[in-house]
Design a protein. Structure first.
Length: 254
């Protein structure tokens, strides 16, 4: 009997899987449009007035407050709502279980989904920033490197929470429901509905440690050229680590 040589998936297989994931995201109209259209709508509603209010270092309220909020909404909606719903669907449909008995690991789906959703986040943030610059005269952050580092850390934190949602959700619908609850809960204590000044002080402090509020505050500091509070960075890092650990324990392929 001749031996069968099993080969691990190569670059072509990875490219095919990523392309298929991209098609799935594009076909999901709500999941594609909401993370881009909702932040643009929020920005358009606030940009005119905020763009005229100077805050610090030549940056307006649009730069320091509105753009960080808009970028955070993009990252949170994709990481906490969209991505978990796809993984829950694949598990429910048996896609992950079937991949487990092939040379292609189910982890490939996680990587492909991460790559595609990250590309979607780049499109969402890029579209919002382009409109802000071209239509409302927004300026770049004073500390661009810090802002990029914060975005990278925020991606890890939001995806950490998203993996927890994917781990506990039994169906795609429950993943969307849990993701929406998590998204609005984090947003409520993180300043999405009018800032944290109106919140009780303990709630506002908690919100500044959680991913949504920490991202908004850290990006605001980077745009203003102020030092980023270490607690915000620690909060984002802990969210990423805790989310990864919890997902490793709870996530099931079938």
């Amino acid at each position: 009997m001749s031996e069968v040589t099993v080969r691990r998936p190569g670059p072509r297989a990875w490219a095919t899987l990523i392309r298929c994931e991209a098609k799935m995201v594009v076909r999901d109209t709500a999941g594609l449009v909401v993370p881009i259209a909702l932040p643009l709508l929020i920005m358009a509603m606030n940009a005119s007035a905020a763009g005229e209010e100077m805050v610090v270092n030549g940056r307006s309220a649009l730069d320091v407050h509105v753009l960080p909020l808009v970028f955070t909404i993009v990252l949170a909606s994709i990481g906490i709502i969209n991505m978990p719903s796809f993984l829950a669907y694949y598990r429910r449909a048996g896609v992950l279980r079937r991949l487990a008995v092939t040379p292609a690991s189910p982890a490939m789906v996680l990587v492909a989904q991460f790559v595609v959703s990250l590309a979607q986040a780049v499109v969402g943030i890029g579209a919002a920033y382009a409109v802000a610059v071209l239509a409302f005269g927004a300026l770049p952050p004073v500390d661009t490197g810090v802002a990029l580092a914060v975005v990278g850390l925020a991606v890890a934190a939001m995806y950490g929470w998203g993996m927890v949602v994917a781990s506990v959700a039994l169906t795609p619908n429950s993943a969307v429901a849990i993701g929406l609850i998590g998204f609005f809960a984090l947003g409520a204590v993180g300043g999405m509905f009018g800032g944290t000044a109106v919140l009780p002080e303990p709630v506002a402090r908690l919100g500044s440690w959680l991913p949504f509020g920490a991202t908004v505050e850290a990006l605001s500091a980077a745009w203003a050229g102020s030092p980023v509070d270490a607690s915000h960075l620690v909060g984002l890092a802990l969210s990423a680590v805790v989310g990864a650990v919890v997902a490793t324990i709870l996530f099931r392929w079938d």
